[in-house]
Design a binder for this molecule. Structure first.
Ligand SMILES: C[S@@+](CC[C@H](N)C(=O)[O-])C[C@H]1O[C@@H](n2cnc3c(N)ncnc32)[C@H](O)[C@@H]1O
Length: 214
């Protein structure tokens, strides 16, 4: 079942980078993974656009969405780069850095989903290191360099429960379409033998954990 119209409207109104067709695929994966009754984990909150979909699925399953971000933006979102948005810069004198946390909080509040989300402000590898509970879904949409995407995979994939879903965004087999780090992580996951592909929706890949050796 796709998200109800109010959730879809909140998703479409939210700042962020995910197109609707990929969002619907993420929502479907989150609903399926929610049946495991475990938290649904996202790396890369930004302003909460994709979080809305995970939170809606978590609400349906009686679990929770956990979303991790340092809220300082990825490399390509910094001033002067392609995806920079000046409206999410903290203009406080002496700060002047990106801060997507206030916008994220407004997004969730407006969507009526605050109580279904645990927001963790921090660096993904550090959070993964202290994390101690299996999760039903890992959605990797954080930093898109090899360093960050690899650390997200190595940090979070081991926390994925058997039959849990690994979702990777911005997988571009053709370098002309985008950066290659998420694609390399996707190839690595498949090559490990621990994952089986479930679906492909444009740049969104859904894999199921069917084996052990990540
Ligand atoms: C592409 S955006 C996420 C988009 C979001 N999922 C959406 O649908 O709109 C990537 C986010 O990852 C965050 N990020 C990048 N590297 C990170 C890291 N190492 N730890 C935590 N967050 C990180 C950035 O701050 C940024 O908000």
């Amino acid at each position: 079942m796709p998200p109800k119209p109010d959730i879809l409207a909140a998703f479409e109104a939210a700042k962020g980078f995910m197109p609707v067709d990929e969002g619907l695929a993420l929502h479907a994966a989150a609903r399926e993974a929610g049946r495991l009754g475990l938290p649904l984990l996202e790396v890369g909150t930004y302003c909460g656009r994709s979080t809305i979909l995970l939170a809606d699925a978590a609400r349906e399953s009686g679990t929770v969405a956990v979303t991790v971000d340092h809220h300082r933006g990825s490399e390509e979102q910094q001033p002067g780069w392609e995806y920079h948005d000046p409206s999410v810069v903290d203009e406080t004198p002496g700060v002047g850095r990106m801060d997507t946390l206030p916008t994220f909080r407004r997004t969730l509040y407006r969507a009526g989903l605050e109580e279904h989300v645990v927001a963790v402000v921090g660096r993904s590898p550090q959070v993964a290191k202290v994390w101690g509970t299996p999760v039903g879904l890992v959605f990797i949409d954080g930093g898109h360099t090899d360093e960050h995407a690899t650390a997200d995979y190595e940090g979070w994939a081991p926390h994925l429960a058997p039959e849990g879903l690994l979702v990777i965004h911005d997988v571009f087999p053709d370098p002309a379409d985008g950066g290659q780090a998420p694609y390399r992580v996707y190839r690595r996951a498949l090559a490990s033998g621990a994952f089986t592909e479930v679906s492909v929706t444009r740049s969104l890949r859904v894999l199921r954990r069917t084996g052990l050796g990540i």
